[in-house]
Design a protein around this ligand. Sequence first.
Ligand SMILES: Cc1ncc(COP(=O)(O)O)c(C=O)c1O
Length: 409
Amino acid sequence: MGNSYTQHYNELLESLEKKSLRRKLKVSESASAPLMTIDGRSMLTFCSNDYLGLANHPQIADAIATGAQRYGSGSGASHMISGHNQAHDELEKALAQTQSSFIPNIKALFFGTGYMANMAAITALSSISDGSNAMGSMSIFSEELNHASLIDGIRLASKQNHAKIHIYPHQNMDALRKMLAEDSNPFKLIVTDGVFSMDGDIAHVNQLLELAEEFNTLLMIDDAHGFGVLGDGGLGILNMFGVSASDTRASRIIYMGTLGKAAGLSGAFVAGDAGLIEWVMQKGRAYIYTTASPPLIAQGLLKSLELMRDPHHRLNLEKNIAHWHTHLKLKKWHLMPSQTAIQPIVIGSNADALKVAQHLDQRNIWVPAIRPPTVPEGTARLRVTLSATHTADQIDQLIQALHEIEDAF
Ligand SMILES: Cc1ncc(COP(=O)(O)O)c(C=O)c1O
């Protein structure tokens, strides 16, 4: 049965399988939490980005139910047509408010996902001409370990708007400075993850801002893993680095935060100077040509923003990270130097990383093995994520299992 195409793709799938690169879906039968029912089994999980434990919060569920009663289930159209609801509008104002102490003249734009937000913002900002005259193209300076959604946005910007791409080595500010100095283009954009999603380390925001000022660039920071977690009240990476709206350099920042991780729901926002954000709205095809996410999500997110301010979630998370660092003693494998909720353990080969994840799975512990192309070849790893809702006892179970598996490996 089948044809030459089905045969071709089946062969490709077999090749993935042989390289230990074929991903398998697990079916969860319960809400996101440290203990979940997965494919019928009760499992202890260390894999979600629900850092504050809000993904199953009853008050958010209630707010969503109120949103559904008030506005129905779907938005009906894209934002630019009839899909922009007052709940979206209220949410955008509240999101802008979270960053208003750090960025002057701020406006925020809400998106259905972070992937779309990054695609829209980068393609729009690299669109530097209104078509009436030739302006050349944008030079984009992209961090080596940027998230796939930033990379895809940059690739599309190159295709659509002829943006020139420079990739600078991870956290290497000297290399970035050299690249910036060698490029005489007057239109430049630096793009970076705030917290690196597969490594857990944090971008050097102050140095990036200095370089942005010195070389007259825009600076886009994807704070997917920092919003809700870093800074006072979880306000994010700009607050953590003491960026202030009264500092004129801050008008160069385009801040991106996601709402499906610490905020516990879904969506994302891009915030920055009102003119820049208005341009993203006018030119971001991933904003314009898609149905607005249901207003009930915006209603739920307004409640998330309120709950995120409660410091006890972050205190629990910090306590859990400290507990993990104190008790985990690896001999062969390498715990990456991260102070955030993302605590990767580098194993090395794809097959070994998969084997360790399978040993954990046999003990009903779920930690995902992350392999290329998500991470560089030879650095396959376990991506352990900690949450405010893990107990010390649950973390000890993982640590003991890792010690035993490593000893026998
Ligand atoms: C750094 C980073 N940016 C963007 C995204 C995309 O966000 P979303 O899941 O909302 O599409 C993710 C995670 O998925 C991420 O880790």
